[in-house]
Design a protein around this ligand. Structure first.
Ligand code: ADP
Ligand code: MG
Length: 288
């Protein structure tokens, strides 16, 4: 017969694709009462569909998408991949130079020699571009060429199948706070939070703001409760390090995140977080 401890401990967890980097993390995991999630790619699929293209006067929709797809030519961000997918024509990388990511804001690049910006309100504000507000719920990508506003693209992501059940399972296991941190807009964050039953969310955060938010949550921990942070990798390494237990989603995660994490999930299902906590608690009871 299979011993009770078969699915316990680090070995048992690894058989489920949950890699724990030391038994001390199992002990911490068993005491987690706050779980903090990144949004894009962690609670949502990270594959955005284009919902609308809203060009400025005198501009056509295809032009907005073409400029955006080219400016995103060298970005691996889930938003960039989705924009390139929506652009039917092939992206011609030879038209693009000086491309760079502005973390939590968007991208900037030269396309056909002109300066193209693609990103959120903050990016436009930072470069002094007068942009039009978007009245739709969704992630908004403003596009500007040489300081002139071209319009915006509204994209939407889908919540992962097992996200709502995972939050219910974590609450049932005694987790007090399930929190989401995101760089996206407040309306998008609010809609995800209510759809899956989160206790708390914070929106429009830059990567460094996420570290501050985790610090605040850590300061609020009582009775030895521990905090876990779950992210898919992009810009997440500092927060993964700061949490009591940093959990990286391995399949989509970046190398830096996998290195910074204490626990690596081999697939991208949020339900694995509940499984990992379950195993940790069982193991601790056996040890004690
Ligand atoms: P999250 O916190 O949801 O994981 P990020 O911190 O990666 O998101 O990005 C925050 C916001 O910055 C996005 O919602 C988007 O508005 C903007 N952004 C980031 N990367 C890009 C990009 N490659 N292209 C356009 N916008 C981007
Ligand atoms: Mg992210």
């Amino acid at each position: 017969s299979v011993p009770l401890s078969f699915f316990g401990g680090i070995g048992g967890a690894s058989r489920l694709g949950i890699l724990v980097k030391g038994s001390n993390y199992l002990e911490l995991l068993a005491k987690v009462d706050t779980v903090v999630f990144d949004k894009t790619g962690t609670l949502t699929n990270g594959t955005f569909d284009v919902v609308a293209i809203r060009p400025a006067d005198g501009i056509d929709e295809s032009g907005v998408l073409e400029q955006a797809a080219h400016a995103e030519a060298f970005s691996d961000h889930p938003i960039a991949l989705s924009v390139k997918q929506a652009f039917a024509g092939a992206v011609d990388e030879t038209r693009v130079a000086d491309a760079h990511e502005e973390s939590g804001h968007g991208v900037a690049a030269r396309v056909d020699g002109r300066q193209v910006l693609v990103g959120n309100d903050k990016l436009m504000a930072e470069h002094g571009v007068a942009y039009r507000d978007c009245d739709m719920v969704g992630t908004v990508l403003h596009v500007a060429v040489d300081g002139r506003y071209l319009g915006h693209i509204v994209i939407a992501d889908v919540v992962k199948d097992d996200a709502a059940q995972t939050i219910r399972d974590l609450h049932a296991a005694g987790v007090k706070r399930c929190v989401m941190l995101t760089g996206d807009r407040a309306d998008v964050a609010a809609s995800v939070a209510s759809e899956i039953g989160l206790d708390e969310f914070h929106a429009q955060l830059l990567p460094e703001d996420k570290v501050d938010a985790v610090e605040t949550l850590l300061a609020g921990e009582a009775n030895g409760g521990k905090l876990a942070f779950v992210g898919d990798g992009i810009n997440d390494a500092p927060v993964l390090t700061r949490a009591d237990v940093g959990i990286a989603m391995g399949a989509m995660g970046s190398d830096a995140a996998i290195e910074a994490a204490d626990v690596v999930l081999m697939d991208d299902k949020p339900s694995n977080i509940a499984h990992a906590m379950h195993i940790a608690r069982k193991t601790m009871r056996i040890v004690w």
